[in-house]
Every structure is written in C-alpha cells, then in structure tokens.
Design a protein around this ligand. Structure first.
Ligand SMILES: Nc1ncnc2c1ncn2[C@@H]1O[C@H](COP(=O)(O)OP(=O)(O)O)[C@@H](O)[C@H]1O
Ligand SMILES: [Mg+2]
Length: 483
C-alpha cells in the first residue's frame, strides 16, 4: 500500500506546460520600402505600421466573413464535411480577395483561411485559444483585451475582436447553441460548451466597458494524485492518509476559493474509490471525470427562456438517493442541497464527497450552517452543527497562492461536538517559510503531530498507517512545487 506514491524527480510545471506566447502569428503583409529616419521615430513608425497592418487585415477578414455569410448556405454548414467546407470557404475567399484588389502571399492566405473557418464554424478569435492545450482559462474584458491563464499565471494576449459587435456575435453564437438567450433583459449566461468547458458571459449594460467572457477550459486529462504530488500540491504522506480516508469511506468536504483546485482535488480523490462501487455524481456543470466503470452522472438544468423546467442540484440529489448509490459526489454544494447532502452522508451513503467555497476548514462549516439556515430549515444552531459534525469527517482546504501555485493548505478532521462547538483537529498543513525575489512562495508540508482520530477505523479496514506519518516532519522536507 505504501510507496505507491514514489516521489519522482520534481518537475516544474512551468517547464512542462508553458509555451511561448505565439498563438497567432498574425498575417504578415509585405513591408513597403520606407524612407529612412532617425531610430526612435523608426520604431514608432514600425509600431504604427504594424498596428495599421493588423487593422487592415482584420477589416479584410471581416469583409470576407460578411461575404461568406451572404454566399454560403448556412444550413448546410453543419452537414458539410470539413474538407468540403474548406474548399468552399477557400474559393469564396479567393474570389473576395480578388474583387477587393488586395494582394496576399501564400502564408497570409493560409492564415486568413484558418481565421475564416474559425469565424464561420467556430468561435472566431477565441478558437485558437480553445485549441491551445496550455491555456486553462480565457478571460475577455471587452473586445480589445483577451487574457489567458497558463500554469496559474495570467497573460495578456495579442488577440482582439474587431469591435464590440463582433464580440457580441461570438457570445450570441455560443449562447444560442446551448439553447439560451443573452440580451439586455437577460444580460448574463452560465453554460457548458460542447467540449465540456465552462462558459460565462455578461453583456452591457451590466458589463460596463463591453461584454465580459470567462471560459474555464475543460481539461481532458484531470490531474492524478501522482501529478499533484509532483506539482507540490501535497505530499506523499498526505496522499497516503487521504487514500485511507477515501477507502474507509470517510465523508469528505474539499474547501477552497474559486479556481483553487477544489474540483481537481475532488476528482483525484475519487481515484481512490474502488472499481466495484456505484457512484452517482451531481454537478451544475459536469466537470468530474471519474475513472470507475459504475458511474451515474447528473447535471442540473437552469430554467428555460420562459423561466420553467429548472432541475436543481437538490432535485437531483433527492432522486439520487433512490438510485442505490454506494457513494454520492456533489461537485459543489452552494445552496439548499446541503441539507440532503448531509442527510445522505448521515444515512448510509458514507464515503460521499463534495466541495464548498470557503477560506478555511472552520469557514466551510460556517458556510454549511449558513446554507442550511438560508434554505429556510427551522433548526436551532446547535442541532445544525450536530448535523454537520456527524455527517462530515474530513475537511481538505485548498488554496491558490499569490504566486499561482495551488496547495493543500490543511487536512482537518472533525471529531465531534464540545458543547455548542464543533471540535476539529488539523492533521497536516502547509507551513509557509518565505517568498523569494521572483515572488515564489516557499514552504513545506508538515504533520501536526496529532494522531488521527480515525486511526482505529483505518486499522480495522486494513489501513495500518505508521505513526511516523503523523509526526515525522523530517522525512517530508521542503517541496519545490509549482502552480
Ligand atoms: N495543484 C495543481 N497544480 C496545477 N494546476 C492545478 C492544480 N490544481 C488545479 N489546477 C488547475 O487549476 C484550474 C482550476 O482548478 P479547479 O479544480 O477547476 O478549481 P475550482 O474547482 O476550485 O474552481 C484547472 O485548470 C486545474 O487544472
Ligand atoms: Mg470547481
């Protein structure tokens, strides 16, 4: 059982994943011979020229796109094969270029064709970013500012939309493809794209400086426990402990802020669930990728345009209880489904897991109490706490630190109630030691020295964890870690 998580040579995530920011070598137009001037004005001129050139190309692209829309049989686009479409778009574009009297070289034409295909069949300027596997998040602040997140770091790209209308057209395309609507009266939409990516858009007037778009890309390969250890998200001792916790069916809450790695952690933890168990997952947007065979996935549904037909996580959870699951995994508990979640954990579906948006283990308990009282349930605080204390065994706190790295900050056990208060004990934590000149945060993972409250349970289930796991700091020294 031990040694399953052999420490491998720590690779830096940044070295593996970061590619140079050369997403779209914008089409190059032949430079005209320029009259020589002083150096700095030369530079300024080059810059202005570059700007003019890319504006001009954008205009050509838009012109051609308009032509395409007029000429192409739009209803046939879905049915046409990729090759047919390319041929068709190619010939219309060439004709257009000819009529406009512009001269482009072979490479420029090729790039233009790609852009047009993206524009017609995909999401225009966003398409190369969606294809780029090193990009995790895409954030659009109005038409002229597109940021991406790579390995935990935000970068401004050179990608631009032609204008607000262009951006709105792309947003509309996404939104209508998922059967939703966005306009002044419904200025925002949260949806899942066909490839599983999460999409959120807000348009004016609520978005003040132009439409806002956030896309959290669906990562095809969720990070495994081994990879997370290599990235410094937690260490082997913690993984061994978590393996015992999941295998012996403790109920686990993963707590953290937005983008802190909650879903990633939940997904990795689910890897410890046995292949013979029936798992039901409930999510607002299906992100989890469980490796087991016996998985029933459910996704909630927002109301339709008339405001009808909503299916909430709570509805799904109630139904899930009738589906004979061994374990229930709720992607993120954010509302009144907390009541059914806790009840399920308390009544035979132990080994269930969820995530909660909170900043510490204590905070996540308060969040659960809050969600319970918001749901209108009439219960004294102490009873609510007792409910939480008996349902939840373990709280795993994750964070995205200011240097972009994601760490498991603590693993905390809930041990019961003392009077009105839920008693907890921290078993592992990330001990921060400092920050270097590059802003990189240093630290190491340390056991608190306390013996697990669940040691006896682990032992009974055949997980004999060595005492050193809970005391030995020296074995697990500073972990380099990256985002
Ligand atoms: N330890 C980690 N190291 C590197 N990348 C991570 C780590 N944990 C999460 N990520 C990445 O961070 C992004 C956000 O993670 P996610 O689990 O979706 O966050 P949350 O559910 O808290 O919003 C994803 O792209 C994920 O692949
Ligand atoms: Mg999440």
């Amino acid at each position: 059982m031990f040694g399953r998580f052999k420490a491998q040579e720590t690779k830096k995530h940044a070295e593996i994943e970061v590619a140079p920011l050369s997403l779209r070598p914008d089409v190059v137009v032949k430079a005209r011979p320029s009259i020589s001037k002083s150096k700095s004005s030369d530079e300024a001129e080059a810059h202005a020229k570059e700007q003019k050139r890319s504006d001009r190309l954008m205009n050509i692209r838009m012109d051609l796109h308009k032509r395409l829309l007029e000429t192409l049989n739009l209803s046939a686009i879905d049915k046409a094969s990729e090759a047919d479409l390319r041929r068709e778009i190619g010939s219309i574009a060439r004709e257009g270029i000819h009529e406009m009297g512009v001269v482009l070289n072979g490479m420029e034409q090729k790039q233009l064709l790609e852009d047009l295909i993206d524009e017609v069949t995909g999401l225009g300027p966003l398409e190369p970013l969606l294809r780029d596997e090193t990009v995790n998040d895409i954030l659009v602040n109005g038409p002229f500012q597109v940021f991406v997140e790579r390995s935990g770091k935000l970068e401004l790209t050179t990608i631009k939309f032609k204008d607000e209308r262009h951006l709105l057209r792309i947003i509309d395309k996404i939104v209508s493809a998922v059967g939703r609507r966005i306009d002044e009266s419904h200025p925002y939409v949260d949806a899942r794209l066909a490839d599983g990516s999460r999409f959120n858009a807000m348009v004016p007037p609520c978005a003040v400086d132009g439409a806002l778009v956030s896309i959290r890309k669906f990562s095809k390969d969720k990070l495994s426990i081994e990879e997370l250890i290599n990235f410094g998200a937690f260490n082997e001792a913690m993984a061994t402990y978590l393996q015992a916790a999941v295998s012996t069916r403790l109920n686990i809450v993963v707590s953290g802020g937005t983008g802190s790695g909650k879903t990633t952690t939940l997904n990795a933890l689910s890897g410890f669930i046995g292949a013979d168990e029936r798992i039901v997952t409930i999510e607002d947007t299906a992100e989890l990728q469980l490796q087991q065979v016996h998985v029933g996935r459910m996704e909630s549904r927002p109301p339709n345009v008339e405001g009808k037909g909503a299916v909430t996580q709570r509805d799904l959870l109630r139904n899930a209880l009738r589906m004979r699951p061994d374990r229930i995994i709720v992607g993120e508990t954010r509302g009144d489904e907390v009541i059914d979640m806790l009840q399920a954990m308390n009544t035979g579906h132990d080994g269930s897991m969820t995530t909660i948006h909170a900043n510490s283990a204590r905070d996540s308990v308060s969040r659960m109490e809050n969600m319970m009282s918001m749901s209108g349930i009439d219960m004294p605080l102490k009873a609510m706490r007792a409910q939480v204390a008996s349902a939840v065994n373990l709280i795993v706190q994750v964070s995205r630190l200011p240097d972009g790295s994601r760490r498991m900050m603590s693993i905390t056990e809930i041990t019961g109630m003392e009077g009105e208060v839920i008693s907890m004990q921290e078993i592992f934590k990330f001990e921060r030691t400092g920050i270097d000149d590059d802003g990189k945060i240093h630290g190491y993972f340390a056991p608190s020295g306390l013996r697990s409250f669940y040691s006896e349970r682990f032992r009974q289930w055949g997980y004999e964890l060595p005492a050193s796991l809970f005391s030995d700091t020296t074995v697990y020294t500073e972990n380099e870690g990256t985002s």
